[in-house]
Design a protein around this ligand. Structure first.
Ligand SMILES: [Zn+2]
Length: 470
């Protein structure tokens, strides 16, 4: 498999440290709010990447943290009149609920800062001993000048970085680029006792400490949203490599931006959506389909049109599933060369799917192959295939879609096909009333491809199944 590595800015052949095993870490949410649709993209991407590795036979250990100590949590606690612990508990629970509905599986470990304090303190102490960190009035800072490779991940020179950095009034650091490993407690804030007095960890140190605790000194893959490359991931590399003298992560995987209506998502632009808000309007499987329909490194634009397209794409997959099931149940029990050839034709799509996915986890092309399989399966119906062939077609469709976490709904009875067809018919009638004949024709063609033909009758539009004549 080829994987793009931010560290080298190129696609590389993926090769894990230990054959057959993958140690993967992704930065999780700061739990002060419901996660937004941009976060959802990152979580879905790593969930699907993990699933694909497992499909390819790897044993994956996946760690995703919760940042449960942070300025934003402290502020939110004041706003909601809760304690910081209550705020983080509330939004960790919300994370799991929202992740579940997006089909995102639990990580093997979801470590929290509040449960990793001893490891964080030991890490910071060791950095001070190594001479790459210093204490200043209860704060501890990482000394960037003591780590010559700083800037390597984000491909920026120290001079460039220095030009962009500044010291906040309340900070005691020696150089603008130095960053806090430990912060002295301010009144009213949560704190822990440490060799430097009461305080709490800075943000970056938690991921270095957690990755080390659960995955070891060098891990295979570290990832997160692209916006974390600098300073967060740069700082993680500096801390970890300064401590161990070994590479921290062999592959850095970063997920592209999600825009809303072609603009950067922001509360002030009124285009900021949480996954929860989206769930009120769309089935979250549609969201997952939408996100995986783009390559993970490309920017993606969330819009009503894109969601409508995703919905009809997903419907096409479900309709094929239903339809093939119907034909399967009514197919003759045959077994012969013809059947074997048809099965071989279908199996070919698995190879093509894997080839697409092996090329830097290209889910966009992978989905494209799934649609080609659907087309081929629909075309096969004209040859009146035997039950075994249809059985294989069904299994294959569910297998490949399942790798992306799609088509997992159990409720795919005959009734849901009828609902889907009826919905498309009324959508088509609406389109005709609006004189949008292109859309009306597209719906008719889509149904036809799925073996469903519309008939105008005195009682209105009726539909029936026919074997395709293409
Ligand atoms: Zn992190």
């Amino acid at each position: 498999m080829m994987l793009y590595n931010t560290l080298t800015r190129q696609k590389e052949t993926f090769s894990p440290i230990e054959p057959g095993k993958i140690r993967m870490y992704a930065c999780g949410p700061t739990v002060y709010n419901y996660f937004h649709i941009g976060n959802a993209r990152t979580f879905i991407t790593f969930d699907a990447l993990r699933q694909y590795f497992e499909y390819r036979g790897y044993e994956v250990t996946f760690v995703q943290n919760f940042t449960d100590v942070d300025d934003k949590i402290i502020q939110q606690a004041l706003k909601e009149n809760l304690t910081s612990v209550e705020v983080s508990e509330k939004y960790i629970e919300a994370y799991f609920a929202d992740a579940d509905s997006l089909g995102i599986r639990r990580a093997d470990v979801h470590p929290r800062v509040t449960e990793t304090i001893p490891e964080i303190i030991a890490f910071v102490e060791a950095l001070i001993q190594k001479g790459v960190a210093y204490e200043q009035q209860g704060d501890v800072y990482f000394d960037v000048t003591a780590y010559p490779a700083y800037g390597n991940l984000s491909k920026q020179s120290l001079d460039e970085l220095k030009a962009g950095a500044r010291i906040e009034v309340n900070e005691q650091k020696k150089s603008p680029l130095d960053f806090a490993l430990w912060k002295a407690a301010k009144p009213g804030e949560p704190f822990w006792e440490s060799p430097w007095g009461p305080g709490r960890p800075g943000w970056h140190i938690e991921c270095s400490a957690m990755a080390r605790k659960y995955l070891g000194e060098t891990i295979d893959i570290h990832g997160g949203g692209g916006d974390l490359t600098f300073p967060h991931h740069e700082n993680e590399v500096a801390q970890s490599e300064a401590l161990t003298g070994k590479p921290f992560a062999n592959y850095w995987v970063h997920v592209g931006y999600l825009n809303v209506d072609n603009r950067k998502m922001s509360k002030s632009l009124n285009n900021f959506f949480t996954a929860r808000e989206i769930a009120a309007e769309y089935d979250l499987e549609v969201v997952r389909f939408f996100i995986l329909s783009a390559h993970y490194r490309n920017p993606i634009n969330f819009s009503r049109e894109a969601m409508t397209a995703a919905r009809s794409g997903l419907e096409r997959l479900y309709t094929a599933l239903e339809n093939w099931r119907y034909y399967h149940d009514h197919a003759p029990e045959t077994e012969g060369t013809e059947d074997q050839n048809q099965i071989a034709t279908l199996e070919n799509y698995r190879e093509r799917f894997m080839a697409a996915m092996d090329d830097d986890f290209n889910t966009a092309d992978g989905l494209g192959i799934i649609f080609e399989l659907v087309k081929a399966g629909n075309a096969l119906l004209t040859e009146k295939p035997g039950r075994k062939v249809l059985q294989r077609a069904l299994e294959l469709l569910q297998e490949l879609a399942g790798v992306l976490g799609l088509l997992q709904k159990e409720d795919t009875s005959e009734g849901s096909l009828e609902d889907a067809v009826e919905k498309l018919i009324s959508e088509r009638q609406q389109a005709r009333q609006n004189r949008d004949f292109a859309r009306a024709d597209a719906i008719r063609d889509q149904l036809k491809e799925q073996g469903i033909v519309l008939e105008d009758t005195p009682e209105g539009i009726k539909w029936k199944r026919v074997v395709n004549d293409r």
